[in-house]
Design a protein around this ligand. Sequence first.
Ligand code: NAD
Ligand code: IPM
Ligand code: MN
Length: 362
Amino acid sequence: KKTFNIAVIAGDGIGKEVMPEGLRVLDAAAKRFGIALQYTHIEWASCDYYAAHGKMMPDDWKAQLSRMDAIYFGAIGWPDKVPDHISLWGSLLKFRREFDQYINLRPARLFEGVPCPLANRKAGDIDFMIVRENTEGEYTAVGGVMYEGTEREVVLQQAVFSRHGTDRVLKFAFDLARQRERKHVTVATKSNGIAVSMPWWDGRAAEIAAGFKDVTWDKQHIDALTARFVLQPQRFDVVVASNLFGDILSDLGPACTGTLGLAPSANLNPERKFPSLFEPVHGSAPDIYGRNIANPIGMIWSGALMLDFLDQSGTAGRQAHDAILAAIQQVLHDGPHTADLGGKASTTELGKAIAAAVERAA
Ligand code: NAD
Ligand code: IPM
Ligand code: MN
């Protein structure tokens, strides 16, 4: 039996509070379904490490992580200590790029027992996948400031879209839609205002779509699309977007399903040449850190996605994933709930309740 080597990076803030609950549930699922996991707890990649060493990670970080099958990641960022662009470009964004995790898969689903902030929506009405391009696009460090400090100061910030990078994320989205019931892809662009890259994205989408005759698709301007997330969320099945648009949609989607605290993500290198990274969508939440009230479900669901992805040849990973999802569903339905869902339960209590439900899984 293969042992999966997992790098565990809790990071900053509530990353440190939700990670133990993620591991608690992973352990329960691994035991229940006979999956062997070996954790390597990484002490670097945090703003505390930066404070002590003047950098986010040791120079051999890539060699250390390349040996792993996956990275289980909490959250990084503590803006009072380290500017966000320094801490994130020094860690998470490096992982995504250097490990070519070009798909960021982010589900949004409305569960029973979760109060929906949108009127008249019930469980099942919202169930879509955001496929976010994760290695290029609007996220670049290319640009500069001219005439700095003067009234003529000018800032340039480049966006980068390659045909290779765009086609592969579009293909992934159409492939994913093909495996789903509704088989529909929505392409998020902004081809009225952003006059070069976005009409080009629409063109790439049309060409890729031609290879998927069994999948329907439409393209929507990102502004209109965000309004429809709120007003007609049932319309969406698979939504594919550039790095920045996908980032924004993947906070809005989960907010429409009750809380950001539920949302998981899988940063995938589908070819498995490099380790993939699994993390909640949310960040380090300095505003609630230290009280043990963060919702750990995003972290726990990310662990389920990790087991499913790791065990590609067996069935245990899928079974463990399904059992964790069922346990999450049950706890959302019956309680306890954390504060973001109007409850009083602690992070730890939620983790324990979900782990117990996994242990009972048939
Ligand atoms: P955030 O996601 O940390 O928090 C946004 C809001 O959602 C806050 O009010 C927070 O309390 C709430 N929230 C988030 N997760 C929650 C949970 N699990 N349970 C209950 N409530 C939750 O976003 P932010 O405030 O913009 O960023 C804070 C820091 O985190 C910054 O340094 C930012 O760069 C970083 N960040 C990191 C990641 C990551 O590591 N993947 C993602 C997003 C933000
Ligand atoms: C996310 C986060 C990151 C992003 C930040 C922390 C750089 O918001 O994972 O969604 O924008 O990708
Ligand atoms: Mn984000």
